[in-house]
Ligand binder design. Sequence first.
Ligand code: PHE
Length: 453
Amino acid sequence: MKTQRDRFSGKIGYVLAVAGSAVGLGNIWRFPYLAAKYGGGMFLLVYLILMLTFGYALIVSETALGRMTQKSPIGAFLTFGKSRGHRFGGWINAIIPMLIVPYYSVIGGWVLKYLFEYLRGNVQELAADSYFTGFTSSATEMELWFLLFAVLVFAVIFAGVKKGVEMISKIMMPLLVVLAVIVAIYSVTRPGAMAGVKYFLIPDLENFSWMTVVAAMGQMFYSLSIAMGILYTYGSYMKKDIDIEASTKQVELFDTGIAVLAGLMVIPAVFAFSGGDAAALQAGPSLMFITLPKVFASMGFGTGAGILFFLLVLFAALTSAISLMESCVSTFVDQTGWSRRRSTGVMVVVMVVLGSASALGFNILGFVRIFGMSILDFFDFLTNSVMMPIAALATCALILKVVGLSNIAKEVQISSAFKRRNMYNFCMKYIAPVFLVIILLSSIANVLGWITM
Ligand code: PHE
């Protein structure tokens, strides 16, 4: 039985909604700390190359498959065959968002907490070195803010695709760009910040390592919402007359623009406020939450800036979390025939169980270590470095072995000239499979301690 799928109203609605999914904590929180840690300008360069070739090809593939089949990933894979391979390919794409959205919401909770503290005017307290660890070590606080963020996500989900995602994206995205530019300009013009600008923008071969490539690759999946079923689902909501090629370019431009802006907000500030100390660059997930409060505390209007900034990040995180959740709910609705309400209910359980585990991993479950990682880090690693390369491989295999590159081209050409068709074919045939296998094996070997990168 075919029921009418919800649809995006047009190109702008589509691009904004996909950009809303793509632009999120990945750009603002994750990108700067990875760039700081894995080589600055070198990381940026590798990231850009991967995004323009590989990332582009995968976005086009997933969107085209979604629009062709009118299904989210599981249905899309099963449209072309019912074998185990098809089942596996669909499910791995569909399960990834279910594993990401809980820990994503934990970090969304951190953002809410910081926003709340700025609203109370605690600008100096937040800038203290120990503030962040003090916060994460409190089980009640971590759980509370995680749950609050989760409630916001579910509230939007209940409103339905069009009304919820599209409306919110349309208001939030332009606002986000303006706010990011303001904070970046302030950060870059601090005394001593220039060294940071150079570190971030100018590639230096000395800073290159294999980890630069592995991290950039995982970040590209994460940031562009590739290899997690999201783009299948959004493609299935897309009308046939929307130009896949042009909208992919716009989404990439937007997503990378915000990531670079975020880099300019955070990395120069590390130099201005910690004297470019190498240890400060290695801070990891806490980088944004430790560095930016120092910037704001130094500003004359620090409270206002802090409120604006964390509001911006909250918007970005919400649209992304909503798109993750939308994908999960849509999977259940399509596969089980459950109602939207019931499917959402199942996701509430998944969210609370896995999210609480990640939140409490910083305090009362702090003794739990999986391959040496905390629970949150483990979910991040498992999804980005292991499952996403496998999911992307499954998409490549489906296209190369079953659907055929020419059928993808046909779908894309319904609405675009597909000027980069040759590049697309080359990436899918040669680069993607080889590269994905290498990335996958090296990150597994790394975590098992067989190699150090
Ligand atoms: N791409 C989003 C970001 O950069 C995160 C995200 C991941 C969103 C997966 C949807 C799916 O934050």
